[in-house]
Design a protein around this ligand. Structure first.
Ligand SMILES: Cc1cc2nc3c(=O)[nH]c(=O)nc-3n(C[C@H](O)[C@H](O)[C@H](O)COP(=O)(O)OP(=O)(O)OC[C@H]3O[C@@H](n4cnc5c(N)ncnc54)[C@H](O)[C@@H]3O)c2cc1C
Length: 391
């Protein structure tokens, strides 16, 4: 839950993040991305910075940051390198599900450990045959005494290899209509005390073109037993609502990542356009390049403003699914647009792995797909506009 933060507190935390990004994140981004190497060192630093508890309430040892400040942090990190943001973003989506929907015992049991990063994880919704249509999942959890037995396959699950817990969406009733009433969410502790993956779970890392270094995996459950008291909220049938209930903050996060990528790509292009000369002058003096820079700068600014607007409503506890959807849609498209235009400004050198810009290009598209594809966002926005403006 967010607390009241003064302007001075906000500046102090953003300054701290700024220094961390410039001193620790940016310098290792290229090497780690190319080698697809997990940034274990950054994870330890994130623990010290309190990032694993950024949006968790202070009563559980978190920072309790409002969405407005959290979004600025995510934007800053992503402007240098998008992947590390996912390490705490996806983790905080899991924590938010527990904080919003868990029983008091579940909150007491897990949130303090999540705030320190001792317990780290993500959210396992997607399956090989169900992404946008989450109610079509086929992973099941069947009650057996004091346990449930989980069977099924989740895919594209971020933080599943190096984390030690997941919020897993399952079907506890495959017949009931509407379908969402058959869904439930469990907190699964995936590793034993020695850090080994528990029997009944197999985690296989996926190879990706972008958003590298961070672990995104297929997670298979075969007769995996989870204690019944790990059912979020203690009641079956609430899983879908628990999952989508966190999407407002999730979309603001993804929007901030998209805006960060847009900002970072723009900054690289702006510098290069002043360094590179053709026909006797820096390319930033050619009108064709100026048109690109002008459009990129405007999209970065517009994305930032949409995020601020959605975050302000979220922090005021107002419904903001449409504003968060607009911010997510626009900012992620801005990230993709700016990365693409920056590539053009770099000319042939955009293909060189010596430069960072190709990484932004590979990373950017994901934000148009994750947390509800941009096709789905526009459908949701349109439905709300029609509902609000009935004739
Ligand atoms: C790197 C990476 C990390 C990820 N991390 C996670 C994670 O941590 N946890 C997790 O649960 N998932 C994760 N995902 C999965 C991601 O959320 C899904 O890929 C996304 O929701 C889209 O689902 P899909 O891939 O099944 O696409 P589909 O749902 O199959 O969509 C395919 C296309 O059809 C369009 N479409 C679908 N339905 C409609 C409709 N009704 N109207 C119009 N168009 C439609 C979509 O917009 C898209 O263009 C990750 C994915 C990637 C690539």
């Amino acid at each position: 839950m967010s607390e009241v933060w003064s302007k001075e507190d906000e500046s102090a935390i953003l300054d701290m993040i700024d220094k961390w990004v410039e001193n620790e994140v940016r310098p290792i981004a290229k090497e780690h991305d190319h080698a697809d190497l997990y940034p274990h060192g950054l994870v330890e630093q994130m623990k010290e910075l309190g990032l694993f508890g950024a949006t968790i309430g202070q009563e559980y040892g978190g920072l309790g940051l409002p969405a407005a400040i959290y979004a600025k942090i995510v934007m800053k990190v992503s402007s240098a390198w998008m992947s590390p943001g996912g390490i705490f973003n996806s983790h905080l989506i899991q924590a938010s599900a527990i904080e919003r929907c868990g029983t008091d015992a579940q909150k007491d049991r897990w949130l303090a450990k999540m705030a320190t990063g001792e317990m780290r994880g993500g959210i396992a919704l997607t399956e090989p045959n169900a992404g946008s249509d989450l109610q079509a999942i086929t992973t099941t959890a069947v009650r057996d005494g004091d346990d449930y037995i989980i069977n099924g396959t989740k895919t594209w699950i971020t933080n599943s290899l190096h984390g030690n817990s997941l919020a897993v969406l399952v079907k506890t009733d495959t017949e009931i209509q509407p379908r969402h009433r058959g869904t439930s969410m469990f907190i699964v502790e995936t590793k034993d005390a020695d850090g080994n993956v528990k029997p009944g779970i197999t985690i296989s890392k996926l190879e990706k073109m972008g958003y590298r270094s961070i672990d995104t995996c297929e997670v298979v459950f075969e007769d995996f037993r989870v204690p019944a008291d790990h059912l979020v909220g203690g009641e079956e049938g609430k899983g879908f609502k628990q999952a989508v209930g966190g999407l407002e903050l999730g979309r603001i996060n993804v929007a901030a990542r998209g805006a960060g990528v847009a900002q970072g790509a723009f900054e690289h292009a702006l510098r290069y356009a002043q360094e590179r000369e053709t026909f006797g002058k820096p390319i930033c003096e050619h009108q064709a390049i100026q048109l690109k820079l002008g459009e990129m700068a405007t999209k970065v600014e517009a994305a930032r403003l949409l995020i601020e607007q959605a975050a302000a409503k979220y922090d005021a506890h107002e419904r903001c699914d449409m504003e968060a959807g607009m911010a997510k849609y626009f900012a992620s498209e801005a990230g993709s647009f700016c990365a693409n235009e920056a590539m053009r400004i770099f000319g042939g050198y955009c293909y060189s792995k010596e430069y960072d810009i190709e990484r932004y290009y590979r990373d950017a598209l994901l934000m148009c797909i994750g947390e509800g594809t941009n096709e789905m966002q526009r459908i949701i926005i349109a439905k709300q506009m029609v509902a609000k403006n009935k004739i």
